[in-house]
Design a protein around this ligand. Sequence first.
Ligand code: NAP
Length: 327
Amino acid sequence: MKAIVRSRPGKALSTMQVMDLPPPSLPADHLRIRVATSRINPVDVDLMKGMPFLKYKQPQIGGIDGAGEVLERGTATTGFQPGDRVFFYRHFTDMGTWAEEISVPANVVAKIPQHLELTDAGAVALPLLTAFESMQQFQGKTGQTILIHGGAGGVGFQAVQVAVALGLKVVATASAKDEKRLKTAGVAQCIDYKSQRFEQVLKPGAIDFIFDTVGKDTLLRSMLLRPKKVVSVHYADPALMHKTGMKVPGVLKLILKLANRKFTKAAKKEGVTLLGQVTGGNGKTLQKAADLAQKSGFIVGPYTTISIQDIAQQGLNGKSVGRIIVF
Ligand SMILES: NC(=O)c1ccc[n+]([C@@H]2O[C@H](COP(=O)([O-])OP(=O)(O)OC[C@H]3O[C@@H](n4cnc5c(N)ncnc54)[C@H](OP(=O)(O)O)[C@@H]3O)[C@@H](O)[C@H]2O)c1
């Protein structure tokens, strides 16, 4: 079978190569899956470059989420049958989805919403899981207003739909080109981040909550609106890193804490509760997200695909991020 393999640590994704590998074995608690599609997520750049303290397999197949069809189930698994259409997000310590066939722990797998094609499901596994889990912080806040930064992106667009389903009033920052799609999904107000500064458009007190998928200056400026709570995917809380499967040593926890300090200080100054989001493989949560997506008819934002044959000829690079690999 063909797989996209990390040939050596290096810049962006340019070291990835298509190789022929033997099909995977099937431990008792795993499912063997024929992969249909997998997203090239921003995190793949860091994972393939080489994360300190992360042990890489030999050979190391790239990718961390995807969608496909169950071929065979391990003897200790329950709830899945051959032929089931599934999607999944794995742990950092167990990555590898960019292959025609993979073997995945059943506890990170969920059945995909019936209204989604396999290609769409592969485009949305990690984004939907991240959005759904982050939005749990805003359960029961019907009628209150949330600002979603990066509302048109992979994670942001799923978060918009979860927030609307939770009954929140949604304001989003995005490019002007995405306004129509966001309004159709239920966003009350769009702010074009390229021509406007959200903290000047919105008055302090107008926003109850913020979900941030952009980070840096956007996260810092968010505090000026004095929301009750900010959840950010760019605030790497050392206490949550275990969700990726990694055992983060004390020294790295300290580095993360220092890197977060400017955000923590700004939040404290404005009286804002700042929480980080770290997504880890979790089939139960992904299934809850999938059920909500099906009930509410979530859609997937536009994306471009790339075939494994194209990758064999052209390779991958930083510009490939966001594309969907079709196997
Ligand atoms: N912590 C976690 O567990 C976790 C999980 C998943 C993802 N993430 C992180 O979340 C981030 C988003 O991931 P993604 O897959 O959603 O990326 P993506 O699909 O590339 O989306 C990014 C979106 O942000 C928009 N954007 C860029 N700068 C902006 C700004 N200043 N203000 C408002 N919007 C802006 C982009 O719009 P334009 O294209 O129009 O510029 C794009 O729509 C990545 O950094 C990723 O690493 C973290």
